[in-house]
Ligand binder design. Structure first.
Ligand code: SF4
Length: 65
């Protein structure tokens, strides 16, 4: 089952803007259960706010365009 945030995650906008490719989605968001290792998911579960440009591995993407 995909991540429960899949449809509303900020990564979707970054994909549409061409700023990231779909490998993040394949490896995390749409995976059977690897989303549990996503830093965004983990922060969300703790109620910790995060920037829209944090990737599942905790790295940052430049989203200035
Ligand atoms: S980036 Fe993380 S929180 Fe967002 S949909 Fe993918 S797995 Fe879920």
């Amino acid at each position: 089952m995909p991540c429960k945030w899949n449809s509303i995650c900020p990564l979707r906008k970054l994909e549409k803007a061409g700023l990231i490719d779909y490998s993040w989605s394949r490896e995390y968001c749409e995976s059977a259960n690897n989303w549990i290792n996503c830093k965004r998911y983990q922060a969300e579960e703790k109620g910790v706010a995060q920037s829209d440009n944090v990737m599942p591995d905790g790295s940052f993407v430049n989203n200035d365009k």
